[in-house]
Design a protein. Structure first.
Ligand code: GYE
Length: 354
């Protein structure tokens, strides 16, 4: 009798494991469209995935070409062949969805949690819950405003403040080159998502440079939420103001908003890249092409290809190795003619733009 019970138990266990593994397989091959509620059913996580390292990743959304490239890079690096069981959750640019996903990762007992916080504030509770659950947290791309460094193991991404400074310095070089620094210069700015580190820090870095010049006035500045549609809409509104003709430069916090603005500027009968100098952050193929075509002027690179770095850092942690607390991506700046040390966009479009 005992033998029969043992046999039945063994069969049940074996069947259970196969079933669990199937669940894991499905989630790791799932596309970037799963939502937070999917995440809770997408995988059994933790020990059930055999030798694979289960990573719950909560992405901001799919708002831009940068984000799409970032998601692809993460999904291509955290594959089963590479030893990972990735549970991917799309936050749809909503903090509540991200928080739900993070809690679901805790519940599933994943081995690691990685995430990019859509905005900086409001994460304190869930970050502490992750710490209490003893799950190592890796921040990717954007940051939170919580100063407690014990809440995460490591962060990797770009120096957004530095990107704003570089954009500002390039604009000054451009204005000097065009002989425009003698009079008042009116600048328009399309900000990223309000409260996002990438928007707050780019805005601050850019302003810091502009504040050094009394003739420069960032007169128009509004959020376009990092999307093409909102970038176009807000630029259309800027161009409807009585004094719109004075706008000489547009600084967009990402390519997508710059591209929306180009449509708006053309519709208003002005020449993007000539009548209005256009500079953005990121460096996707479409923006590079606009620079090559003369419809935009400059892009400050922000590298979305963080997947391999994320996989490497997790493997190091698994091996018990020390990792850096912060890792900044190396980035360049690209324009039409190589002004102020920028690289020429035409020479790098195939190798650098995504
Ligand atoms: O610049 C933008 C995206 O956080 C660096 O988010 C990222 C930014 C990127 O939507 O295109």
């Amino acid at each position: 009798m005992k033998k029969i019970i043992a046999l039945v138990l063994a069969l049940v266990l074996a069947f259970g494991l196969v079933a669990c593994n199937n669940g894991g397989d499905q989630s790791s091959t799932a596309s970037g469209s799963s939502t937070a509620s999917d995440a809770s059913t997408a995988s059994t996580g933790g020990d059930d995935s055999g030798d694979l390292i289960t990573v719950g990743f909560s992405q901001v959304g799919a708002e831009s070409a940068w984000r799409t490239a970032n998601t692809k890079s993460i999904q291509e690096a955290l594959t089963e062949e590479n030893g990972f069981n990735l549970i991917f959750s799309d936050g749809q640019q909503k903090q509540e969805i991200q928080i739900t996903a993070l809690r679901s990762f805790i519940e599933q007992g994943v081995d690691y949690i990685a995430f990019s916080p859509t905005v900086e504030s409001g994460w304190d509770d869930v970050l502490n819950e992750i710490k209490e659950a003893d799950i190592p947290l890796i921040l990717v791309d954007r940051t939170t405003d919580n100063p407690d460094e014990s809440l995460y193991v490591t962060w990797m991404g770009s120096n957004f403040h530095e990107e704003g400074v570089r954009a500002g310095e390039w604009v000054i070089a451009y204005l000097e080159d065009k002989g425009l620094m003698d009079g008042e210069v009116v600048i328009a700015e399309l900000q990223g998502t309000v409260g996002a580190a990438a928007a707050t820090d780019r805005m601050a870095g850019f302003k810091e440079v502009m504040d050094q010049y009394s003739n420069i006035n960032i007169k128009y500045s509004q959020t376009g939420d990092f999307t093409t549609a909102k970038g176009q809409e807000v630029m259309e509104a800027f161009l409807k103001s009585d004094t719109a003709n004075e706008i000489k430069v547009l600084f967009a916090h990402n390519d997508d908003m710059a591209i929306g603005a180009i449509t708006a500027i053309e519709a208003a009968g002005r020449k993007p890249g000539e009548d209005i100098c256009i500079i953005s952050c990121d460096g996707g193929k479409a923006m590079f092409q606009n620079i090559v075509d003369g419809k935009a002027n400059c892009v400050v690179e922000c590298n979305p290809l963080l997947g391999e770095g994320l996989a490497d850092v997790i493997k190091k942690l698994e091996a018990g190795e020390e990792v850096e607390k912060k890792t900044y991506s190396e980035e360049d700046i690209f324009d039409q003619n190589g002004l102020a040390g920028a690289l020429k966009a035409a020479d790098h479009i195939n190798e650098r733009a995504y």
